[in-house]
Write a protein that binds this ligand. Structure first.
Ligand code: ZN
Length: 189
């Protein structure tokens, strides 16, 4: 009955698990673009883990927002639903991290670069964790040009966020360097 002795902590971990359960269900039909088409929830768990373990953030709302960061963009979930279930602060963070999917991809990426410098630190840390997860392996089904375009946009976005957390920035730039080397080798061969 350890949980009963620490009611505050129990409530926070229970909310985080509720968010994971909710995200796993909402993203259940979605797969990652990698060669093993991993379940999408793997990405959400990695982003939350990077925010907690590498950036050292110990704020339940921020970890929940990391778990839910793609739920508005990629599933029919509404902002009202996120706000009702997880609170206004979580909803605000998730909305800040969501693109307007009605716009073309290039325009969405451009808007991100324009808006990111004005975002608060916690939003930038979640964004950097998202970029760090995504840069690990560029989708091999994409053309060379598309991979390069993504890599360059990602590095630009990460540059804007890198000042928020040195440890996470180091991991990002290590992964981006490896992905760039792999991409350049693919062009040479
Ligand atoms: Zn993501």
């Amino acid at each position: 009955m350890v949980g009963l002795r620490y009611p505050g902590k129990k409530v926070e971990s229970s909310r985080l698990l509720q968010a994971l359960d909710f995200a796993a269900e909402r993203h259940s039909a979605q797969r990652r673009k990698g060669p093993d088409a991993a379940p999408y929830v793997n990405h959400l768990i990695e982003v939350a883990m990077l925010v907690a373990s590498v950036a050292g953030v110990n704020d339940a709302d921020v970890l929940i927002a990391a778990v839910l960061h793609d739920v508005l963009e990629d599933t029919p979930t509404t902002a009202e639903e996120v706000s009702e279930r997880f609170g206004a602060r979580v909803c605000q963070l998730v909305q800040a991290l969501s693109d307007d999917k009605s716009l073309p991809r290039k325009r969405r990426r451009q808007i991100t670069l324009e808006e990111l410098p004005e975002m608060d630190s916690l939003t930038k840390i979640i964004k950097l964790a998202d970029l760090t997860s995504n840069i690990k392996l560029l989708p091999q089904s994409w053309s060379f040009d598309r991979q390069l375009e993504y890599l360059e946009w990602s590095e630009h976005a990460a540059t804007i966020c890198s000042g928020e957390c040195q440890a996470l920035a180091e991991l990002y730039w290590q992964r981006a360097g490896a992905s760039r080397a792999l991409l350049e080798r693919s062009r040479a061969s």
